[in-house]
Design a protein around this ligand. Structure first.
Ligand SMILES: Cc1cc2nc3c(=O)[nH]c(=O)nc-3n(C[C@H](O)[C@H](O)[C@H](O)COP(=O)(O)OP(=O)(O)OC[C@H]3O[C@@H](n4cnc5c(N)ncnc54)[C@H](O)[C@@H]3O)c2cc1C
Length: 482
C-alpha cells in the first residue's frame, strides 16, 4: 500500500519551509491530543496556525491512555458531576464525528459481597451516569442477576458475587484520534511538523513572538514567528514554562499509569469489565481486545521524566493480582504479560485534593509572564472542548471577536500512515503492533524501514540505523524495570 501524501521528504521540506517563512497567528507547542485538537479548531476558524511536536504526534501521554472515551464513571464518587456531564457530552460528539475511531463499548460491573462499594450504591451511581448523559448515551445501564453476570462473563469469580450491572462507554485508538486531528488541521491550512523540538522561545519586549526549533531529523535549526504561542506540552509543561521565564512553582503534577496486555483466552473476559481492585480498592478496568485483553491502570505520584517513564515489576504485579482476584482460573503470572507500558497524567499541580485516583481531571488555562497561553490537565475525552476554550483565549489575545467553533459538526478524517517518519511512528502509533506482539513489532521493523527509505531516499546504512533506533525505542517504552 503506498504511503499517503502527508509524509515523506517533500512534505517535510515544505512544512519546514512554511514554518520558517510564514507569519502565524498562533504557534502550538506539543502535538498530543491537546495540541492537535487546538490546531484543528484554530485552522477551522481560519487562523494561521502552526503546530510543532518534538517526537511523533501522540508520542507522549496520548498513546498511553486506557483508550476510552468515557463519561468517567469513577469520578461520580468524588463528586465531579460537572466533569462527568461535560465528558458525557463529548463522548456523544466524538461518537458522531469519528464513528471510524470511537466505538460504543459495553461494560459489565460485577458486585461482590466484600467490595468497597455496595451494589445499590453502584446502581445509584449508574442512574446518575445516565442522567448526566441526559439519557442520550448509546445505551442505558441495566441491573443483572448473579446468573446474568455469569452468562455475560463466565470466567468471573463466583464466590461472593451478588449481582451486577451493565453500562455503556466508548473505546478509541488514542494515537490515531490524535493524528486525525493533526491531519484535519493540515487539511485546513495549518503548518504541522513532528520530530521538531522547540528549544527556546523568541521573546521581544517581554512578549513571546514565536520559538526556535530544531528539526530532529535533519538537525536544522529554524525560527517560527507567531503572534500568540500556546504551550500544550502535557507532562513537559514546566520545561516550556521555564523557557518563558517562569521561575516559581510547577504547573503539572504527574501521576504514572501502567497497563498490561495479556492473552484474552488466558484471562477469559468477553466484554469490558469494571472492577474494584481487591489489592487497594481502586476502580480499574479489564478491556477486551483481539488477541489481547488490557488491564489497567495504576495511578501513582511520580517524578519520573516523561521521556523515561515505564512500568516496573511492582506495577505489573499489582495489575496481575487485581485481575487474578476476579479471574481465579487464569492465575496470570508475569510470563503471561505480552507488553506493559506507562504514561504520565499531566494533572493540574494546584489541585492537590486527595489521592491521585480522586484528583480531578479538570483542565486549567493560564497566561504566562510573556503571554504564552498554557493548558494543563484534562483528558483525552474532553480534548475538543479544551481546544475550543484555548482557541477562544487565542482569539482574545489576538484582539479578534470569537468565531464559531466548528469541531463538533465536522467529521474527522480516517487516519492512515500520515506524518510517519520513523519505524516507531508506524509500529507504535499508526498501528498497535508494538503493544500487541511479544517482540513489540521488531520482526516488522526492517520492512517498515525499507518503505520509509523509499519515501525519504535513505541509503542502506540509514535503513539499518532506522531499525536499530526502533530497537532502542522498544527498550525505552516496553522494558519492565526491576
Ligand atoms: C495511564 C493513563 C490512562 C488514561 N486513560 C484515559 C482514558 O481512557 N480516557 C481519557 O479520556 N483520558 C485518559 N487519560 C488522560 C489522557 O491520556 C491525557 O489527558 C492526554 O493524553 C494528555 O494529552 P496532552 O496532549 O495534554 O499531553 P501529551 O500527549 O503528553 O502531549 C504533549 C506533547 O508535547 C510534546 N512536547 C513536549 N515538549 C516539547 C517541545 N519542547 N517542543 C515540541 N513538542 C514538545 C511531547 O512530545 C508530547 O507529544 C489517561 C492518562 C494516562 C496516563
Amino acid at each position: 500500500m503506498p504511503f499517503p501524501a502527508l509524509t515523506g521528504a517533500p512534505w517535510r521540506a515544505e512544512s519546514v519551509h512554511r514554518l520558517r517563512a510564514e507569519p502565524f497567528d498562533l504557534l502550538i507547542i506539543g502535538g498530543g491530543i491537546t495540541g492537535a485538537g487546538i490546531a484543528r479548531d484554530a485552522a477551522l476558524r481560519g487562523l494561521r496556525t502552526a503546530l510543532i511536536e518534538r517526537d511523533d504526534f501522540a508520542s507522549g501521554t496520548s498513546s498511553r491512555s486506557s483508550r476510552l472515551v468515557h463519561g468517567g464513571v469513577r469520578y461520580l464518587e468524588h463528586g465531579y458531576l460537572h466533569l462527568v456531564f461535560e465528558a458525557s457530552r463529548e463522548r456523544r460528539i466524538l461518537l458522531r464525528i469519528a464513528p471510524h475511531l470511537v466505538h460504543p463499548l459495553r461494560f459489565t460491573w460485577p458486585f461482590y459481597r466484600w467490595a468497597r462499594l455496595s451494589g445499590w450504591k453502584i446502581v445509584a451511581g449508574l442512574w446518575l451516569y445516565d442522567l448526566l448523559a441526559l439519557f442520550r448515551n448509546v445505551g442505558q445501564h441495566e441491573t443483572l442477576s448473579t446468573t446474568g453476570v455469569l452468562n455475560a462473563e463466565p470466567a468471573l469469580q463466583c464466590d461472593g458475587l451478588t449481582g451486577g450491572a451493565s453500562y455503556w462507554d466508548a473505546a478509541t485508538d488514542d494515537a490515531r484520534l490524535t493524528v486525525a486531528n493533526a491531519i484535519d488541521a493540515a487539511t485546513h491550512g495549518a503548518a504541522v511538523l513532528n520530530h521538531a523540538e522547540v528549544t527556546e522561545l523568541l521573546i521581544e519586549q517581554g512578549r513571546a513572538v514565536g520559538a526556535r526549533a530544531v528539526d530532529r531529523i535533519s538537525g536544522d535549526i529554524f525560527d517560527v514567528r507567531a503572534r500568540v504561542v500556546v504551550n500544550a506540552t502535557g507532562p513537559w509543561t514546566d520545561t516550556v514554562r521555564a523557557m518563558e521565564g517562569a521561575t516559581s512553582g510547577t504547573a503539572v503534577r504527574g501521576t504514572k499509569g501502567v497497563h498490561i496486555a495479556v492473552p484474552a483466552d488466558r484471562l477469559g473476559n468477553r466484554d469490558a469489565i469494571t472492577v474494584i481492585s481487591a489489592v487497594d480498592q481502586r476502580v480499574m478496568f479489564v478491556l477486551p481486545g483481539t488477541p489481547h485483553s488490557v488491564i489497567g491502570t495504576t495511578d501513582t505520584p511520580t517524578n519520573d521524566s516523561p521521556e523515561q517513564v515505564r512500568a516496573n515489576r511492582t506495577d505489573v504485579q499489582y495489575l496481575l493480582d487485581s485481575a487474578n482476584a476476579y479471574f481465579p482460573a487464569a492465575q496470570l503470572t508475569p510470563e503471561d504479560v505480552v507488553s506493559a507500558w506507562a504514561g504520565i497524567r499531566p494533572l493540574i499541580a494546584s489541585d492537590t485534593r486527595g489521592a491521585p485516583a480522586s484528583a480531578s481531571r479538570e483542565h486549567a488555562i493560564v497566561t504566562g509572564p510573556a503571554g504564552v497561553i498554557q493548558i494543563t490537565g484534562g483528558k483525552l475525552t474532553t480534548y475538543r472542548t479544551m481546544a475550543a476554550q484555548v482557541t477562544d483565549a487565542v482569539q482574545r489575545a489576538l484582539g479578534q471577536p470569537r468565531s464559531d467553533c466548528r469541531t463538533a459538526a465536522l467529521t474527522l478524517p480516517p487516519v492512515s500512515e500520515e506524518f510517519a517518519c520513523t519505524v516507531a511512528d508506524v509500529l507504535v502509533r499508526r498501528t498497535k503492533a508494538a503493544f500487541d506482539t511479544r517482540d513489540h513489532g521488531r520482526k516488522e521493523a526492517p520492512s517498515i524501514a525499507r518503505r520509509l527509505g523509499e519515501l525519504f531516499a535513505w541509503d542502506a546504512a540509514r535503513c539499518t540505523r532506522a531499525v536499530a533506533d526502533y530497537d532502542a525505542e522498544v527498550d525505552r517504552l516496553f522494558t519492565i524495570d526491576p
